[in-house]
Write a protein that binds this ligand. Structure first.
Ligand code: ATP
Ligand code: MG
Length: 473
């Protein structure tokens, strides 16, 4: 399975080589042979016409002797390597460059017919069975007194043409081999650029599929392959992080569930077996009640998050006064603030700030942000809640001067179950779900939430909401 791509490419390469060979062996051969045939025939035809117009016509006009013509023609034939004949229209051989003149036994070309060339100026064959192998023949008529007196026929064996064709064919084969070897570069290139990175990527995906999200690999190329590998690496590391967070969360949740349950169990047992005297029952039942509150909070947070996470969060949007909601939420924290001597300062734009949103969910957002701000503030400090209106949006900021968030943790604070190490000492009850719920709510409104923080200095969360235009004056 893993090797099929390479195999396919190799097969394509071999097919390329095979067809290259077939094409050279057929088309190239035929084309070259055709070319040489025409070239040879043309030269022979010119020669035949020349003979027909000079020595041969002299012969028929009795201006020269047969022997003299024979001499001339023999010389020409020896020079060109051809066989030259002069024959009568009846087929009787008058002169043959390849044999001596024998007047006593005249030779006839039986069945001689000058139309054998069928419109072309040459013919290939045994020329009326005169040869035992194929020859290329051309002929030119000898005219005298407006009558065809005979023909000059020139033959050449096919050997020379075959020899020359094969020579060209051999050159073509060498070129083909060179091309084939050169195209190996493509194969090597493919292996280096596509195949090896692809194998690394496939191997990595197998590792990821089997659950090894920490598997790392590198493809050092700055093309699509490199990009794909980097994206895959990044994706795996993100999944690994989420997995780690999930594990941490399960550990946290188990811990958070176990400690209240242990104390509830302990107090109840002590009450039953009398370790705690009945007059103190009231006090300890309140502690037990507090612990169950913690458990309820944890369960509720988990349920809220689950509901928000399901597709299509249904928001019950209405127009309400954001300023009033902020005041109410701030008021509900009065007790906690007094206990820590924290002052909440409100700097709200306008008397009223009508927004179009889900009121109870925005209340929860403010509750979560303020809860965090107070939790992570030092004693005797302040918290500022500010609203600013800009381009039909209202930006609400909740700013504290508390412990701050380490730079590396900033992008994680909205992750579920995330709690910075810094905050653990300050807040043992937190589930690490508050901000992820907050973010889900703001995103469901198609708005944004951001955080600015400096460790040891303070933290500011800012979220936006749409201003309800119609009711705003
Ligand atoms: P829960 O809100 O469920 O009680 P939590 O407050 O720990 O638990 P989040 O509200 O999601 O959980 O906050 C996540 C973490 O982000 C906190 O544990 C803390 O480390 C950090 N954080 C949030 N707000 C602040 C802040 N105002 N100052 C400093 N750190 C903060
Ligand atoms: Mg919180």
């Amino acid at each position: 399975m893993r090797r099929t791509l390479y195999l396919k490419f190799l097969v394509a390469y071999l097919i390329f080589g095979f067809f290259g060979f077939i094409i050279v062996a057929t088309f190239v051969y035929n084309m070259t042979e055709d070319h040489f045939k025409k070239e040879t025939a043309e030269a022979m035809y010119q020669e035949a016409n020349m003979i027909a117009g000079s020595y041969a016509s002299d012969l028929y006009q009795n201006q020269t002797s047969l022997d003299a013509v024979k001499n001339q023609i023999d010389g020409l034939a020896a020079y060109t390597g051809n066989i030259i004949w002069i024959i009568n229209p009846s087929g009787r051989m008058v002169l043959d460059s390849s044999s001596d003149i024998d007047v006593s036994t005249p030779k006839y070309i039986s069945g001689f017919n000058p139309t054998i060339t069928k419109g072309s100026y040459y013919t290939i064959g045994t020329f009326f069975q005169s040869f035992d192998q194929d020859v290329i023949s051309v002929f030119a008529p000898i005219t005298y007194n407006y009558k065809v007196q005979g023909y000059v026929v020139i033959h050449q064996t096919m050997e020379d043409i075959s020899y020359r064709t094969n020579k060209v064919l051999n050159i073509s084969y060498i070129m083909l081999v060179i091309l084939f070897v050169l195209s190996l570069i493509i194969l090597i290139f493919f292996t280096e650029v596509v195949y090896i990175p692809l194998r690394k990527i496939t191997e990595a995906t197998e590792q990821y599929a089997s659950g090894n999200m920490h598997y790392e690999f590198s493809v050092e190329s700055e093309d699509e392959m490199g990009y794909l590998a980097a994206s895959l690496n990044y994706m795996a590391s993100e999944i690994a992080k989420t997995e780690d967070n999930q594990k941490k969360f399960v550990a946290n949740v188990s811990h958070d569930f176990r400690s209240p349950l242990t104390s509830i169990k302990g107090y109840l047992e002590a009450m039953i077996d009398g370790t705690i005297p009945p007059e103190l029952h009231d006090k300890y039942l309140h502690i037990v009640l507090n612990e169950t509150d913690r458990l309820t909070k944890l369960t509720n947070s988990l349920l809220t998050l689950n509901n928000l996470n399901m597709r299509g969060v249904i928001l019950e949007k209405s127009v309400f006064d954001l300023n009033q909601v902020i005041r109410n939420v701030a008021m509900s924290f009065e007790g906690t603030c007094n206990a820590k001597s924290i002052q909440i300062k409100l700097e709200l734009t306008g008397d009223e700030m009508p927004v179009l949103a889900d009121m109870s969910k925005i209340q929860q957002v403010l509750y979560n942000l303020l809860d965090n701000a107070i939790k992570f503030s030092h004693h005797n400090s302040s918290i500022k809640i500010e609203t600013v209106e800009r381009k039909n949006k209202v930006f609400t900021s909740v700013k504290d001067y508390g412990i701050g968030i380490p730079k590396d943790d900033l992008k994680l604070v909205f992750d579920r179950f995330y709690k910075s190490d810094l905050s653990r000492g300050k807040d043992k009850k937190g589930t690490g779900l508050g901000l992820s719920i907050t973010k889900e709510i703001i995103q469901a409104h198609e708005e944004h939430i951001n955080v600015i923080s400096t460790e040891g200095v303070g933290t500011e969360f800012i979220f936006s909401l749409p201003v309800a235009e119609d009711n705003h004056d």
